[in-house]
Design a protein around this ligand. Structure first.
Ligand code: GLN
Length: 196
């Protein structure tokens, strides 16, 4: 059985849990660092990255999360979670986890478009995927080892770097679980590699 954690400090946690369970995997809301031992992969949900960062520091999650990523365990950051993963943030000196070789700009779609939906084509996931964007960030540029999975207009909105996955939008807010299923496959692959 695959167990997926959802970092439960702040944000859209419950919806991710429902999406994971809809796919027949076990979901764990991670509120304590010890719980990182119980899970095969972790979702960093959307919410507010500055608040999440404050709570990550408060509960001592920063180094354990970096170690989790450095061990090759899969991480999926959605919206604020993508901001947490990025190595570079426009207008910020320091990143948060800084494990993924992408440059991200926060709140990048402008005030008039605080929230919108768009049909996306996502490589490896499928066509006509409705992306829900809420005060969404976007990926300004990527390193060589990063694969661009989806673009909206001229903006990169989904990327993968090996065991790390990130999306500007909220894949957990619709009944379409294809993006979560894609992450689940990444987790299965990582788990299978360890067994061999
Ligand atoms: N704008 C938020 C941030 O900067 C992200 C929004 C979201 O996760 N829906 O953290």
């Amino acid at each position: 059985m695959i167990t997926i954690g959802v970092l439960g400090l702040q944000g859209a946690v419950r919806e991710h849990v429902m999406s994971i369970e809809a796919l027949g995997a076990k979901a764990v809301v991670v509120k304590k660092i010890e719980q990182l031992q119980e899970i095969d992969g972790l979702i960093l949900p959307g919410g507010e990255s500055t608040t999440m960062r404050r709570l990550i520091d408060k509960y001592g999650f920063m180094e354990p999360l970096r170690a989790f990523a450095n061990e090759g365990k899969p991480l999926f950051g959605t919206c604020a979670g993508m901001i947490l993963l990025a190595k570079n943030l426009v207008d910020y000196k320091e990143p948060h986890l800084g494990v993924m070789n992408i440059t991200v700009e926060r709140n990048a779609f402008g005030r008039q478009r605080e929230s919108f939906e768009a049909e996306l084509s996502i490589k490896g996931v499928g066509e006509d995927f409705v992306g829900v964007f809420i005060r969404a960030p976007y990926v300004v540029s990527v390193g060589d080892e990063v694969e661009v999975l989806s673009v909206h207009g001229d903006r990169i909105v989904a990327v993968r770097q090996g065991h790390l996955l990130a999306a500007s939008f909220h894949p957990e807010l619709t009944d379409d679980h294809r993006m979560t299923a894609y992450f689940l496959d990444m987790v299965k692959e990582a788990k299978a590699k360890k067994v061999v």
